[in-house]
Design a protein around this ligand. Structure first.
Ligand code: ADP
Ligand code: TRP
Length: 322
């Protein structure tokens, strides 16, 4: 049985890019009976940038609601909130004390983030140590992450090595699993869908607002009557990711034969989303309408996670000499 662990930064309601690029594939991976998945919401990492208590809370709920709405099985796996596990801060301190300062000072992501900010807090600097503690605290073996997190994983392995070198074999060196063939979901303007470009589709919006977002997808000015090229159209690119093969070939024929406007295509995309995600949207609303239900799930996960964490931490404390 392999223990898979990954952290999810909570930056609001997950968009279609987050869902298809990260959430759905992770849930698929967790269905393999040979794996045990630990997925957590990295709300302590969020504190390096978010200063609003309500926003921090809301972001956690919206992120958790999306994972639950898409059917993450919290009975066979663990789903929890980082800040519910105080053990992580303790392990972080021990790791801080075996981590060379230059390793952190030279990290790409620190250099990149700190060069763009007026006020650089120490949390941003020690971000990779908290991330290493997140992983090492659970004896995680496999950590699926995007390419941007690769260096953080290497640093985690280095910290585990440094600790083991000083105190003897204690921590498991995790393997990263970088998904090189990540599917990039295009946004409403054709660039990568991202919160930072404001080009996202939020499938959890109420019908009218969702339709408005879809009607806002950028298209060219080919007149209604003229034939159109599906492969370069932003509407078709998104439709292709969601519709059935039959629906896709029908739309292709419509594009090529003319007398089919982008408005028609957008309406078809809207209908596919409503239809395909009917259950997920209903479940998301149920959770967001009663965040107590989310809280129950997260507390259940925290209870199981703390058992593992306390075990590993006691091994560490003994080695250190406490
Ligand atoms: P954003 O760019 O909206 O801020 P994040 O960087 O927080 O999104 O990404 C969270 C997760 O969703 C990551 O695993 C990332 O790889 C995935 N993801 C984000 N946008 C896309 C996209 N357009 N296509 C595929 N995956 C995406
Ligand atoms: N830093 C990761 C990101 O921005 C989130 C994260 C926090 C994480 N702790 C982790 C990912 C532990 C994997 C393992 O995406």
């Amino acid at each position: 049985m392999a223990r898979i662990l990954t952290g999810i930064q909570s930056s609001g309601v997950p968009h279609l890019g987050n869902l298809l690029g990260a959430i759905v594939p992770a849930i698929e991976l967790s269905k393999d009976a040979n794996n045990e998945s630990l997925f957590f919401i990295a709300d302590m990492h969020s504190l390096t940038t978010i200063r609003d208590a309500n926003l921090l809370k809301e972001n956690t709920f919206a992120t958790a609601a999306a994972w639950l709405a898409f059917g993450f099985n919290t009975n066979d796996n663990l789903f929890y909130r980082q800040s519910d596990i105080p053990e992580v801060s303790e392990l972080m301190w021990y790791l801080n004390c075996v981590t060379p300062y230059p390793m952190l000072a030279n990290a790409h992501s620190f250099k990149d983030k700190s060069s763009k900010l007026h006020h650089v807090n120490a949390g941003l600097f020690t971000y990779p140590v908290l991330m290493a503690a997140d992983i090492l605290l659970y004896d995680a073996e496999i950590v699926p992450v995007g390419k941007d997190q690769k260096q953080h994983l290497e640093m985690t392995r280095d910290m585990a090595k440094a600790f083991n070198h000083t105190y003897g074999e204690t921590l498991i060196e995790p393997e990263s699993r970088i998904d090189e063939r990540v599917m990039i979901i295009p946004g409403t303007d054709g660039q990568k869908m991202s919160k930072s470009y404001d080009n996202f589709i939020n499938i959890f919006l109420p019908d009218k607002k969702l339709r408005k977002q879809i009607m806002g997808i950028q298209t060219d000015s080919t007149p209604m009557e003229d034939p159109k090229e599906p492969s370069t159209c932003n509407v078709f690119k998104i439709y292709k990711l969601l519709a059935t093969d039959k629906q896709i070939s029908e739309m292709e024929v419509n594009y090529k034969s003319g007398n089919y406007g982008y408005g028609h295509a957008k309406q078809a995309l809207y209908e596919v989303i409503i239809d395909k995600y009917e259950q997920e949207r209903a479940r998301f609303n149920k959770f967001m309408g009663n965040t107590e239900l989310i809280e129950i799930e997260l507390q259940k996960g925290a209870k199981k996670a703390r058992l593992i964490a306390q075990n590993v931490l006691s091994r560490v404390r003994t080695k250190i000499g406490y």
